[in-house]
Write a protein that binds this ligand. Structure first.
Ligand code: ATP
Ligand code: MG
Length: 495
């Protein structure tokens, strides 16, 4: 039996009124990938923050190679060889790549001054090892999310980290970028480092992890070898019951056309895009990351301006110059990047949900607080937001629960046309089923839904028709019957 490199036990952590960890325990082994799984709000990111010195635990112990250590600051963690790619990127956008890699351990010359030349050449060498030949002088903000991950991994290597933690690293990556990341994970593992990998995607977990650890309600509820388990068992441990992963498609006879997009073009992002969606219909929009799907939807919602094309809503041509025009026409867009574009972190859940619907809660100049609360409460329950109450600040919610609040906020406006961009990204399996069920009921009530998704099972399971985009153009539209996995993927990848 190999000994664990790092052992956490009896870790507890409470935030004003919220018990985030009640019995955190975890064993991590050198040269192995351990997947940490659990529902939104189960305490995964909190455990990561305890391991990296961001949060001090209330109780509990951490042993490294059998010896107790205390991690009371980020500097402690780095000194002990623990580094993380956090769920919310902790990077410095205005600093250069090299400065980000050596943020806390800048190489110094003889007189204690920063040795910039050495810092650059070391940065270049570390990035080259990761097959990322980026110019170390570039500001971080010019990079893609995948490249930012690489910079953080380079930072880990610069500390010769023993433990590399990745908190939902693939949530915002394309398929190819995720594959590149997995190769790096294999490599870090081969070098004997321990990897802690957090993900809501079971295919990934089954594929790259050697071990699993499951958290439920802040407590470790199971751990073992991946080879000895299967997805169903992991889900049961996570949720405490079995979850129907079948998509709750309700057959609806589509009604009149709700939205038609004609000849939408943009100088760089998309070209001559046309499609329509009817009431009672879910139009799935599939494509690889970068195919132009979100850009088209942002143009429909008035965030960006198309250079050509027109929009017809319920038979009437409409001009949409800004999001307010779209909302007035009954269209809402729930963005993919909900953390940055979607939520006001410093405000309460209630204020976030009701923000775009304030008019709806006012009658004859009087604001109806009771109604505001009732609507927000009903939506939060439907979407299974795990919170201490509607007055909790959004920044204190777990990542997946922040995502749900943004969906709730746009649903509260009672749109007639709902555009959802990657609706279940970062959302756990149990809540995912709730989101899908909710979506099915909304279309049964006559809503038209456009669902942009990179998850093939979600698209094939939920959509009535599937529109496939590649390189800014519509490649094909499939009926539900025609949409086989092979045909849809082929349309998305054909050169
Ligand atoms: N700073 C904070 N103040 C108050 N509560 C917090 C704070 N940070 C986390 N929490 C609460 O602790 C619980 C665990 O959150 P955590 O972020 O660890 O969940 P998670 O397992 O990472 O979920 P997800 O899959 O959604 O990312 C949640 O109920 C969350 O609201
Ligand atoms: Mg988290």
């Amino acid at each position: 039996m190999t000994e664990p490199l790092i052992q956490l036990s009896g870790v507890t952590k409470a935030f004003a009124g919220v018990r985030a960890l009640v019995d955190g325990a975890l064993d991590l082994y050198g040269g192995e990938v351990t997947a940490l799984i659990g529902e939104n709000g189960a305490g995964k990111s909190t455990l990561v923050k305890v391991l990296t010195g961001i949060h001090a635990p209330d109780t509990g112990s951490i042993l490294i190679a059998g010896k107790p250590v205390s991690v009371t600051s980020a500097a402690d963690a780095e000194r002990l060889g623990i580094t993380a790619i956090h769920q919310e990127a902790v990077v410095f956008d205005d600093l250069s790549i090299a400065e980000n890699i050596f943020v806390s351990n800048r190489p110094r010359g003889r007189f204690g001054t920063v040795d910039w030349a050495k810092m650059r050449s070391e940065a270049r060498r570390l990035l080259h090892e990761l097959e990322a030949d980026l110019d170390p002088d570039l500001p971080l903000k010019s990079l893609s999310i995948a490249q930012k991950h690489l910079v953080q991994i380079a930072r880990a290597l610069s500390h010769d980290a023993r433990l590399v933690i990745m908190d939902e690293p693939t949530a915002a990556l394309s398929h190819r970028e995720a594959e590149d990341l997995f190769r790096i994970v294999e490599r870090l593992k081969g070098e004997g480092r321990a990897i802690l990998f957090i993900s809501h995607k079971f295919e990934e977990v089954m594929r790259i992890a050697d071990r699993y650890a499951v958290f439920r309600d802040g407590a470790a509820v199971g751990a073992g070898r991946i080879a000895d388990t299967n997805t169903e068992e992991l889900i049961r441990l996570m949720v405490g019951r079995s979850v129907d992963q079948i998509f709750p498609k309700i057959e609806v006879t589509p009604g009149a056309e709700a939205l038609r997009v004609e000849g939408f073009s943009h100088p760089t992002e998309f070209d001559d895009v046309s499609f329509s969606v009817r009431r009672g219909e879910i139009l799935g929009v599939y494509g690889l990351v970068g195919a132009g799907r979100s850009e088209v939807m942002k143009a429909v919602f008035g965030i960006t301006k198309p250079s050509a094309g027109r929009l017809v809503v319920e038979g009437q041509p409409v001009r949409i110059e800004r999001p307010a025009d779209a909302i007035a026409a009954g269209i809402v867009y729930v963005p993919e990047d909900r953390q940055h574009q979607g939520a006001v972190l410093k405000q309460s859940i209630l204020d976030n949900i009701s923000l775009p619907s304030l008019d709806r809660f006012s009658v004859a100049g009087f604001f109806n607080r009771t109604r505001e609360r009732a609507v927000a409460d009903a939506l939060a329950k439907r979407l299974q937001v795990r919170m201490s109450g509607l007055d909790q600040l959004v920044e204190n919610l777990s990542g997946g629960n922040q995502q749900k609040v943004v969906i709730a906020k746009w649903l509260a406006t009672e749109p007639r046309i709902l555009i959802l961009d990657e609706p279940t990204k970062g959302i756990d399996v149990g809540s995912k089923a709730a989101v899908h069920r909710f979506m099915a009921e909304l279309v049964a009530q006559g809503l038209a839904v456009i669902m942009v998704s990179s998850e093939l099972p979600e698209v094939l399971g939920m959509a009535d028709r599937v529109l496939v985009m590649a390189r800014g153009r519509v490649r094909r539209t499939f009926t539900r019957a025609e949409a086989t996995p092979e045909a849809v993927v082929r349309a998305a990848t054909d050169a």
